[in-house]
Design a protein around this ligand. Structure first.
Ligand code: AMP
Ligand code: MG
Length: 345
């Protein structure tokens, strides 16, 4: 199959019409969103959604997120409640996914047999317009091969999906750079299953009772059941071995300079540290306190490290607070919990 890559804005009516027709007819399309690129299919089409799992090599028990154009479109596919609409007023459209009890119209292939469905209303104008034109909700996980870093540009999607899908819409680089915040809700409580740009602190402004699933920062214990099935897989991982360095106990710059004399490694340093290095392979992550920029660059840098053919990547151990929790959660999985200096030294 030939894979077309087409540059789009929300005004590219004829291209979006073609993409919508592909979706309606059961094909898969690579779609830009504000978080990462998605691999979209008609959420009402059982077989199309099964093809997402095939194209990604995704484990069958890891459910998909269903994307809708307007928060109220959730009524077609799920049983909502008052808290859902409070969250919608504050965060939708945007990078927040809410898990709700599903209606029968959503096939089991989307929810991996669960009786709940994950719902998101994307803010990216191309994604939002495409869903509107398609006239059906779009099930879409990240458009990478399963286990690889998520794609934040159309080139990343092409590298992973060339020959397997008919079309990729190129809407430029993703604004956020990591996947959406995933929460499950009851009438009066929120549980965070995956951190993203919408933080615990922000959710707490809408609901008093916010808890964080232990899987967000810890490894699952043997036999423990994952509330969000995606949490149990090694994820977001480059081919190179990633190590996180705890700067409280190890001097990051001198340690990575020393390592660079012995092995072909890449160093994910802060912008402020660039001048302290000489010939080392650097992948600057952004300024030390610029979490937004660090989030945006994260997956692109992990992919770049593999393109450079390094064996090892060293990066700062991220903090667990606020927006940095999303970086911590992705990196801790990408490095399979290898922390030099230890979490606490
Ligand atoms: P991705 O589409 O690659 O961003 O992955 C979707 C994430 O949402 C995965 O971590 C899934 O486990 C999670 N998810 C999707 N549907 C559900 C659900 N019904 N219950 C819990 N987690 C879900
Ligand atoms: Mg994914």
């Amino acid at each position: 199959m030939k894979t077309e890559v087409l540059e789009v804005t929300e005004k590219s009516d004829s291209i979006l019409e073609r993409a919508a027709e592909l979706i309606r007819s059961g094909a898969l399309v690579g779609i830009p969103t504000e978080t990462v690129y998605g691999l979209g299919a008609n959420a009402y089409n059982r077989d199309a959604c099964l093809n997402i799992f095939k194209a990604k090599g995704r484990p069958a028990d890891n459910p998909l997120i269903v994307h809708i154009a307007r928060p109220e479109d959730a009524e077609n596919i799920a049983y909502t409640n008052a808290l859902y609409y409070k969250l919608a007023v504050r965060f939708m459209p945007g990078p927040l996914t809410v898990i709700l009890p599903k209606k029968d119209i959503i096939p089991d292939s989307v929810t991996a047999g669960l009786d709940t469905v994950a719902i998101r209303c994307p803010a990216n104008p191309v994604a939002n317009r495409l869903i509107e034109i398609a006239g059906v909700p779009i099930a879409a996980p990240s458009a990478n091969k399963s286990g690889m870093p998520s794609p934040t540009s159309a080139v990343h999607v092409y590298n992973d999906m060339n020959g397997e899908i008919p079309m990729i819409l190129d809407g430029g680089e993703c604004e956020v750079g990591v996947e959406s915040t995933v929460i499950s809700i009851t009438d009066d409580s929120i549980m965070l299953l995956r951190p993203g740009q919408v933080t615990v602190e922000m959710l707490s402004e809408v609901c008093e009772n916010v808890s964080v699933s232990s899987a967000v920062i810890e490894e699952l214990k043997p036999g423990e059941k994952a509330l969000s099935p995606g949490m149990k897989y090694k994820h977001y991982a480059p081919v190179a071995n990633l190590y996180l360095v705890n700067g409280e106990y190890i001097d990051f710059v001198s340690f990575t300079k020393e390592k660079s004399t012995k092995e072909k490694c890449a160093v994910m340093c802060y912008d402020e540290e660039i001048a302290l290095y000489e010939k080392e392979i650097l992948l600057p992550v952004g300024k030390k306190d610029d979490i937004k920029e660090q989030t945006k660059r994260l997956f692109n840098l992990l992919r770049k490290a593999d393109e450079l053919g390094v064996q090892t990547i060293y990066a700062h151990l991220p903090k667990k607070e606020g927006a940095a929790l999303a970086i911590y959660n992705r990196m801790i999985r990408a490095c399979a919990h290898r922390i030099l200096g230890g979490e606490n030294g």
